[in-house]
Design a protein around this ligand. Structure first.
Ligand code: AQP
Length: 351
């Protein structure tokens, strides 16, 4: 069975991009895979945080996971900082990865801005901790939005360099498994994890600017639909979403050069679980005055039950905390099993 890992930062209100790009996929993968879903609170320390709110933000993301349909009994839901092996493996990966690799990451460049010398070391090393999150479970698949593609490639690079640097010791201890690297078959300890990206909603853009991704940190609340928005706000935001004056085309190539129109079609497709082509088949030739209300109705239909369930679950704080504590214990056992071997591979004295 595939082993799936993914995480979401407790850095603010979840939005439609997080839902369609990530959480909806988390839910779908439960039937075919063993899944570990994590609220990555250590990652969020790289952002500007109100530390008084961090615990409740962590609970809110957990409530969103549960409200969306993640089953914490069949799978594992926990917050990252409970399992210290993530940070331990991240340190080891900091000693495997190269500074140049981190410097090339577009997320680091975007978030650090011009004053890179003053960015935190944590922001630079963010992908190393992300690789540790995934590889401490030797996860085979990671569902993420398109913006995380580069970090997943780096995770594979780190796994490959570790396997290569320690190949003799991995073979000597007999802890490797055979894996394909290009044409070659090699013996490695960490898998080369596959991203699960794609579908019509892999990158949802801002409702105000089709060239920017929908994001928690955009100062304009009109740029995003929050999972907690009520029906009126959802409708208002879709009504006010930037578009062009043309009708919707009947074919996909008619969306070229029309990022805002393409985005709304992608959102419809993601929510309705159909392709963009199918959306255009239904709405091709229609004006936005027809398409936007249909999209708003669909968004309210799909999101309102999740928002209601999130409120219900959030009211039961003891339940949310118990889910995280139980998930943390189960994740900790898996992570420690990996780390025992990693410590052996790199020669740390233990036991
Ligand atoms: N716009 C998006 N479209 C599709 N997927 C998205 N994701 C984020 N934005 C979009 C996916 O959501 C998952 C969790 O993201 P995160 O917690 O790592 O937060 P983030 O990517 O930092 O989210 P934001 O909203 O974009 O925050 P800021 O404003 O801080 O940059 C990931 O799988 C991500 O791909």
């Amino acid at each position: 069975k595939p082993l799936v890992f993914s995480g979401v930062q407790p850095t603010g209100n979840l939005h439609l991009g997080n839902y369609l790009g990530a959480i909806k996929k988390f839910v779908a993968l439960q039937d075919t895979s063993d899944c570990i879903y994590c609220v990555v609170d250590l990652h969020s320390l790289t952002a500007q945080l109100v530390h008084e709110d961090l615990k409740d933000q962590t609970r809110a993301i957990t409530a969103a996971f549960l409200a969306s349909g993640i089953d914490p009994k069949k799978h594992i839901v926990f917050n990252q900082s409970r399992v210290m092996q993530h940070a331990e493996l991240a340190w080891i990966f900091n000693c495997v990865a190269r500074i140049g690799w981190m410097n090339r990451m577009t997320q680091f460049k975007d978030k650090a801005g011009k004053d890179r010398e003053n960015a935190s070391l944590g922001l630079l090393a963010y992908p190393s901790l992300m690789a540790a999150d995934i590889l401490v479970y030797r996860a085979t698949h990671v569902p993420v939005g398109d913006d995380q593609k580069q970090h997943l490639e780096l995770t594979r690079d780190i796994a490959q360099k570790f396997n290569n640097d320690f190949s003799d010791r991995i073979a000597g201890l007999g802890v490797g498994v055979e894996m394909k690297v290009g044409e070659e078959t090699v013996n490695g300890f960490f898998p080369l994890t596959e991203p699960i990206i794609g579908g019509p909603a892999a990158r949802i853009m801002s409702l105000r600017d089709g060239s920017k991704k929908m994001s928690k940190s955009d100062p304009s609340d009109l740029s995003r639909i929050n999972l907690t928005d009520d029906a009126d706000s959802i409708s208002k935001k879709i009504r006010k979403a930037k578009t062009d004056p043309e009708a919707l085309p009947g074919e996909l190539d008619g969306l070229a050069g029309r990022p805002e129109a393409e985005n709304l079609v992608g959102i419809y497709a993601g929510l309705a679980e159909i392709s963009k082509e199918a959306v255009l088949k239904e709405f091709g030739g229609q004006q936005f005055s027809v398409f936007k209300p249909a999209l708003a109705d669909l968004a309210v239909e799909k999101l309102a039950p999740i928002a209601g369930e999130m409120r219900r679950i959030s009211d039961d704080r003891a339940y949310v905390d118990a889910v995280l504590s139980d998930g943390g214990e189960r994740a900790g056992l898996l992570a420690e099993a990996t780390m025992k071997t990693v410590r052996d591979i790199i020669g740390l004295l233990q036991g």
